[in-house]
Write a protein that binds this ligand. Structure first.
Ligand SMILES: Nc1nc2c(ncn2[C@@H]2O[C@H](COP(=O)(O)OP(=O)(O)OP(=O)(O)O)[C@@H](O)[C@H]2O)c(=O)[nH]1
Length: 781
């Protein structure tokens, strides 16, 4: 054993958890609770503390090996079952022990009791009382069944003793009292021990307060109350991460262990484990091309595969299946043929890490533009190697140095400037530099030592998929390991089926596809999503069952995850519950200067609990791509003097991404600051409750003017606010002091009833006045 929890050691030593924790702390080892872990060394140190005490007290108390000689009968039977407790029992048997020593003995016996039955325990108590007179106890040892009877005998014997000796009743009484006290203490310890024996329970990665309460065997409301008393304000439906739940559970003596997050597919097929080196073979790199609009992504991809998709598909030689492989000096490179980072991010969102290298296309005449920055951020976030292709070098206005200069601002320093980023000047038009770029890709890939085992069942990712009228669901898949074959039963998310046919990127029918090979497959039951992983199942039945489980799980996840996205309103709760360690923000503004200003001001808000990080900043409207990034990174979007594009707004609503729009930077900072402290001022909105007409005025001394009114619509409720309208003009707005029906105060008066209204500090109400009742309600931001 390398580590031991304190409660386990306490059990071994037979001491109360609390005492042990105190003792541990007293020797300078920090331990918050009995759940804390001790290293082997620490445990030994602590154990040592308890050993000398056993030996020390009596001169006739035997040392080390002696007990066996002196108290053989007493110890032997117990040794059979409980070697470790043996010594402690001796403590209990010793008369002149100090109080805490006695406690040790007792708590030990207490445990003993639970293990060996009551008789035995009584027996020990007797031993305790009788101190050195161990013989009786010793005679009783090992005869558990007879213990009770023996015990009685003991007592009788004592009584006899009293008769025979005229020894003072007093002493007997004291003894009885002592026994009673001892028993009570024992019971208390027993209860404590029962409590202290922690239970291990398993929970998922996150759990709601309600479910946690169930796990702990408590009422949800009790748990909320207890947490509240400890200063943790958590709603019953609040979701706690594992660590928070575990620390709460500790207080209830429950150890939480995390259930393995069971990915249906991984459970069925096993995680992609480290392969035996000898089985691995080199595989082609998978490359994605990213960059700003019109910087030449398509042209570059085009130039690379020597066709001209921009001028229309040439003779059907190359099929557009979403990915293709080119051979460079006999070495293949697989390109994802979907330029732009949307597809890339969509895949990443679904957990698919399929690309090895990202080519960042930057037009030499245009330089780094907003989408270039986005692309950099996306690639960095995914941990993908970036190679910069400075395109359009054929243009007279091309200025590669400016591009390199601008890239430095985003952490990319060109190799020839002393950095590590490979920058290759190219022209998709003249093909200048393309070979060099491809060479760099090969080099980078070699450095990365990309390998996979082709000799096993295939698994990989869906690159794109659509429903073809004639052929049904068609999916382009990228095999990541193993070899995919026609006839294989596959499952990809909710889709399953036996592969009917496979086509490669050149439109040729193929029978198999190895690692890093893109192929189009037919035969799936439905259209999977880009980014879904696919697996080859044992048979079609297994594939179908797994797909069905995925469908069911997706439904659950959709329901449970939807409200979990971060928003400023629940930021504080998330910080409190430990869910939020980093607040990601995307800043969009009208000018670059504002973006920078906001970035700096916001990042300064970082404190010990939460790090504020602007993961992307740019000029212009909030776009769908911003929302996509926010959603994938669980970030919020802040806009200055910009609006979201309508589609982005709709997308944000769908994805539950919080978009905040401001005109003044300071307001944004204030909001985030307030949200981090849980003090975001709520927004209130007036809600009209009803209307009444004043029909008669009464004066009552001590009360003031009572407006006898008739509720026309809605209702009036106690403590609502009112405005009195006379000839279209509001003459009073304030609180309703009292609401009565006849002489009684009432909670509410509905439409069609008469009532008496008294207004706070306003008596000038007149017949015919129109009263509007309203209340202010908090509205979600
Ligand atoms: N002079 C010159 N023009 C180029 C080069 N590469 C691309 N272009 C032109 O730049 C324009 C945009 O090229 P695309 O390949 O469509 O750019 P893109 O980045 O794929 O654009 P989107 O798909 O709209 O994001 C086209 O008019 C191309 O002809 C180049 O190397 N030199």
């Amino acid at each position: 054993m390398s580590k031991i929890r304190i409660y386990e050691l306490a059990k071994q030593l037979g001491v109360a958890n609390k005492d042990l924790v105190a003792k541990i702390n007293s020797i300078g080892i920090e331990a918050k609770s009995h759940m804390a872990m001790l290293t082997e060394e620490e445990a030994a140190k602590v154990t040592a503390l308890y050993q000398p005490k056993k030996e020390e007290p009596k001169k006739d108390a035997p040392k080390k090996d002696a007990p066996k000689q002196n108290q053989p009968k007493q110890n032997q039977p117990k040794q059979d079952g409980q070697k470790k407790e043996n010594d402690r029992r001796q403590d209990g048997n010793r008369p002149a022990q100090k109080k805490d020593n006695r406690n040790e003995g007792r708590s030990n016996e207490n445990r003993n009791e639970s293990k060996q039955g009551k008789g035995n325990n009584n027996n020990n108590n007797n031993n305790n009382k009788q101190g050195g007179q161990n013989n009786k106890g010793a005679q009783q040892q090992g005869k558990k069944d007879n213990n009770k009877g023996k015990d009685k005998k003991d007592k009788k014997g004592n009584k006899n003793g009293q008769k025979v000796r005229e020894n003072p009743m007093e002493r007997r009484r004291r003894e009885m009292e002592e026994e009673a006290a001892l028993m009570a203490e024992l019971a208390a310890l027993e209860a404590e021990e029962a409590n202290a024996d922690p239970v291990i329970k398993y929970i998922p990665e996150s759990i709601t307060v309600k479910d946690l309460a169930e796990v702990l065997g408590k009422k949800g409301s009790d748990l909320v109350m207890n947490l509240m008393k400890k200063g943790k304000m958590l709603a019953i439906n609040a979701t706690l991460d594992f660590d928070t739940a575990a620390s709460i559970a500790e207080e209830y003596n429950v150890i939480l262990e995390q259930e393995e997050e069971k990915d249906i597919m991984e459970e069925a097929f096993g995680a992609e484990e480290e392969e035996d080196e000898s089985k691995l073979e080199e595989r082609p790199p998978v490359v994605v091309v990213m960059g700003h609009v019109d910087h030449g992504k398509t042209s570059l991809l085009d130039a690379i595969r020597h066709s001209s998709v921009t001028k229309g598909e040439a003779g059907g030689i190359t099929q557009h299946i979403g990915a293709y492989t080119v051979q460079i000096d006999g070495k293949p490179i697989t390109f994802l043929d979907t330029p732009g980072h949307e597809a890339f991010t969509a895949m990443r969102m679904r957990g698919a890490q399929i690309t090895d290298i990202a080519i960042l296309v930057v037009a030499a005449d245009d330089g780094v533009m907003p989408q270039t920055v986005e692309a950099i951020n996306h690639a960095k976030a995914a941990g993908v190697e970036i190679i910069v292709a400075i395109n359009k070098m054929d243009k007279p206005s091309a200025n590669p140095d400016r591009v390199k200069q601008e890239l430095t601002e985003y952490g990319l320093l060109a190799e020839d400037w002393g950095g590590t980023t490979v920058c290759v000047p190219v022209s998709a038009h003249t093909k200048e530099g393309i070979d060099n770029l491809l060479e760099m890709i090969i080099l980078t890939a070699e450095m990365k030592e990309l390998k996979a085992n082709p000799n096993k069942k295939a698994r990989g990712a869906i690159i794109e998929a659509q429903l073809d009228k004639g052929r049904g669901p068609v999916a382009t898949v990228l095999v990541q390991s193993g070899t995919l074959r026609v006839g294989d039963p596959v499952v990809a998310g909710p889709a399953y089926g036996r592969i009917r046919a496979m086509t490669d990127d050149k439109g040729r029918r193929v029978k198999s596809a190895g690692p890093s090979t893109p192929v189009e497959i037919l035969g799936l039951s439905e259209v999977p999503a880009a980014g879904d992983s696919f697996y080859v199942a044992a048979n079609e039945k297994q594939a179908r069952q797994l797909a069905e489980s995925v469908i069911a799980k997706n439904r659950e996840t959709l329901i449970s995850q939807t409200p979990q996205k971060v928003s400023l309103d629940d930021l504080f709760n998330q910080i409190q519950s430990g869910n939020m360690k980093e607040l990601g923000i995307i800043v969009k503004a009208d000018v670059q200067g504002s973006v920078e200003a906001v970035r700096q001001s916001l990042e300064k808000l970082t404190n010990e609990e939460v790090r504020v990080r602007v993961i992307h900043g740019g000029v212009g409207a909030v776009t769908e791509s911003d929302v996509l990034l926010a959603s994938a990174s669980n970030a919020i979007i802040i806009g200055f003097n910009v609006r979201p594009e309508p589609a982005a707004k709709a997308f944000a609503d769908e994805e539950k991404v919080d978009i905040r729009l401001y005109r003044v930077i300071y307001n944004a900072i204030e909001d985030i600051q307030a949200a981090m402290k849980g003090m975001l001022d709520p927004i209130y909105e007036e809600k009209v409750l009803g209307h009444a007409e004043v029909r008669q005025i009464f004066k009552a001394s001590g009360v003031g003017t009572i407006a006898g009114s008739y509720v026309k619509d809605g209702k009036f409720v106690r403590n609502c606010q009112v405005r009195i309208v006379r000839d279209g003009i509001v003459v009073y707005e304030g609180d309703l002091e009292s609401l009565r029906r006849f002489k009684d105060d009432v909670k509410e008066v509905a439409a069609g009833y008469e009532c008496g209204l008294v207004f706070k500090k306003f008596n000038d109400v007149k017949e015919g006045d129109w009263i509007e009742a309203f209340t202010m309600v908090e509205v979600p931001r």
